[in-house]
Design a protein around this ligand. Structure first.
Ligand code: ADP
Length: 218
């Protein structure tokens, strides 16, 4: 039977992934070359082992290819991250997710078999920046280089207006895909839905359009 997750590198990012997966009841093998880090995760993950992931033999010994999903969360040491990814790919690991430090790192990871590449610092920086621009932007999710989904509080300018009044699609080229009202969520809001000040709109669109929408309405 396939085992669930293995997380290599137990720094801030890998450690947090490990904790979150364990809290969700997933089977997680925590791996780091640093004994102290591994000890820290002994009681959190299902198993924790000290191992240098650039050593192919050690990875084979723990049966890394039996894991459904391996997360490479080695931060600073780009060389070790790349080498580990190559080995995992050669060993036929089904799903490899790697944390990239920068765009060059990402380019290489793409070429050597990473299935998913994440940029936690960059993405979180962007989310926080959106939040700083306006207190009404609650969350932000990048869909592609040019498209996003944002969660915005309806605010004063939208209060008492309907989606037709605001005509967001015609005026800003974005679509309101859902409206959250307290705990309930309306996933296909009608055009004559009257907005209340605390409503939260979930808006999808091109970044430039969302940015115009944010400037004028939020
Ligand atoms: P973060 O920015 O997420 O905190 P760090 O670079 O601080 O990332 O941490 C990465 C972790 O990866 C460290 O705990 C380090 O010991 C571990 N690590 C680095 N290289 C290897 C390797 N070759 N094998 C296993 N673990 C490694």
């Amino acid at each position: 039977m396939k085992k669930e997750f293995a997380v290599i590198g137990l720094g801030r990012f890998g450690g947090s992934i490990c904790r979150a997966l364990s809290t969700e009841g997933m089977q997680v093998l925590a791996i780091d070359k640093d004994e102290e880090k591994v000890n820290e995760f002994k009681n959190i993950a299902s198993h924790a082992v000290i191992l240098d992931s650039t050593d192919e033999v050690s990875l084979k010994e723990i049966g890394i290819s039996n894991f459904e999903h391996v997360i490479v969360a080695i931060g600073e040491n780009i060389q070790a991250s790349i080498l580990t990814t190559v080995i995992l790919s050669e060993l036929g690991v089904q799903r490899i997710t790697v944390k990239a430090q920068n765009d060059y790192h990402e380019k290489i990871l793409n070429k050597i078999g990473a299935h998913q590449i994440v940029h936690p610092e960059r993405d979180m920086g962007r989310r926080i920046a959106h939040n700083l621009i306006s207190n009404n932007i609650l969350d932000y999710l990048e869909l592609s280089d040019e498209h996003s989904i944002v969660e915005v509080k309806a605010g004063r300018k939208m209060k008492g207006k309907t989606l037709i009044d605001l005509d967001i699609r015609a005026n800003y080229g974005c679509n309101v895909v859902a409206i959250k009202q307290g705990k309930s969520i309306n996933v296909s809001p009608m055009a004559d839905e009257i907005l209340k000040e605390d409503d939260v709109l979930i808006v999808i669109g091109a970044d430039i359009d969302i940015s115009r929408f944010e400037k004028n309405l939020v």
